[in-house]
Design a protein. Structure first.
Length: 202
């Protein structure tokens, strides 16, 4: 269990996230977050200077989680000790499915990208773009490594493939959300992952 301060920080993030989606970014104020959590404003300001910082913490958290899943050292270590193609494919499948699961479980990120949250200004939009570029860089790096090991097809372009994977996932999640369909579905994540791997694995 995280320490008390970290738990409080996560409570603030989760509450603000819910309000950003429901009420819109512009209409959500720090005071409302405090009221819902029954805490003083000073408690929020211990962690965040303003509501934009809360939003940025959500984006940063997603990127950090995906960086952990796609740790390049883990990949290098695994490939160095395994030559069985099926084991390698299953290992990659877990990494990609884990990455997609993070995105699927944070619908606010998808809503931000599609500007589906009211009140987002140019600064926030730019920060969202930077986060997406960082995500594409992380995935592209993984693709480049697997391509160099002859596991992925040599015709695969890492940057284009990473962008297509991210864009496709975000469009699917966005459409599912719009239709009130269950997007947090392991079968959906596995299906996307399988389709992706079928296109890139040698």
């Amino acid at each position: 269990m995280p320490p008390k301060g970290e738990r409080r920080k996560l409570q603030i993030i989760d509450t603000a996230k819910e309000m950003f989606i429901k009420e819109g970014f512009q209409s959500t104020h720090i005071g409302q977050v405090c009221e819902k959590l029954n805490i003083a404003r000073g408690t929020v300001y211990q962690y965040f200077s303003n509501k934009k910082e809360i939003l940025y913490a959500i984006l940063d958290g997603v990127i950090e989680e995906i960086e952990d899943i796609l740790d390049p050292d883990d990949l290098t270590e695994f490939l160095g000790s395994n030559t069985d193609r099926e084991k390698i494919k299953k290992f990659i499948h877990r990494r990609i499915a884990g990455t997609l699961s993070v995105l699927v479980n944070e619908p606010i990120v998808i809503k931000l990208i599609f500007k589906d949250i009211v009140g987002i200004d140019a600064d926030v939009a730019e920060r969202v773009n930077v986060s997406i570029m960082n995500l594409a860089r992380i995935i592209s790096s993984e693709i480049s490594e697997l391509k160099s090991k002859k596991i992925y097809k040599q015709t695969v372009d890492p940057q284009i493939t990473a962008s297509m994977l991210i864009g496709g996932v975000m469009m699917i999640v966005y459409e599912y959300e719009k239709k009130n369909k269950d997007v947090q579905n392991n079968l959906l994540i596995d299906s996307i992952t399988d389709n992706y791997l079928n296109g890139v694995v040698e």
